[in-house]
Design a protein around this ligand. Sequence first.
Ligand SMILES: CC(C)(COP(=O)(O)OP(=O)(O)OC[C@H]1O[C@@H](n2cnc3c(N)ncnc32)[C@H](O)[C@@H]1OP(=O)(O)O)[C@@H](O)C(=O)NCCC(=O)NCCS
Length: 207
Amino acid sequence: MLAIVSTILTTSPPSIGSRPATVTLHLRDNRAVRVRPLMRTDREQLVEGFRHLSEASRYQRFLSPTAQLSGSQLTYLTNIDHIDHFAWGVESTDGTGIAIARYVRTGPDTAEAAFTINDAFHGCGLGWRMLQALAMVAAGHGISRFEMTMLADNASMAHLAGKAGAVFEQPDGGTIRAEVDLLPAIWSDLPRAEELLRLASAAARAE
Ligand SMILES: CC(C)(COP(=O)(O)OP(=O)(O)OC[C@H]1O[C@@H](n2cnc3c(N)ncnc32)[C@H](O)[C@@H]1OP(=O)(O)O)[C@@H](O)C(=O)NCCC(=O)NCCS
């Protein structure tokens, strides 16, 4: 299964046309969302999406109070090569950015992963779908383990990581580290997996 993932990731042709292609997924409450690789040109969308996040979600994502993203943070978050640094962006059907799932390679076979979902879309299964889709792409690029840091009271993120088989450690009172082995079982029931892989591949090959 991993071999198929790698093959699709490395052989799909680059997409043609200026509008980024998306894959539509349906959440537990039946709302449709559109998923596509985040691109270097998505700086404005990132600012806009961040603006609509609650203070609590910003805090959970950046592990400290964060009123806005600095210029250097925005540069870092959009400096994406789609292989060592990859992110899925999710938008609602009206085009509003609602979620980002990102990994950044930290070693030959490890990456730090992080998730940000607009509060209005929490608890509908989007976090799990994003974790599945992100793990699949990372595994196809030779990453075998995700590391994630979360605040100790982030029960939903801890639950998601646990669902993926995480091993946890608590380096200090405030945060928890989770390590997840990226096994194909994680994304085995991800809908439209092949189409998502083709989008990820096209993004990498368009670089
Ligand atoms: C953490 C986050 C990504 C989760 O996304 P989500 O779309 O709400 O996740 P899902 O709906 O797929 O799943 C949430 C799971 O947590 C469970 N959950 C929610 N609250 C919980 C709690 N208090 N205790 C235990 N489990 C809980 C839900 O039941 C659900 O599990 P299930 O799908 O097995 O029923 C999202 O809340 C978020 O973006 N938070 C702000 C940023 C953040 O915390 N990022 C993480 C930093 S790595």
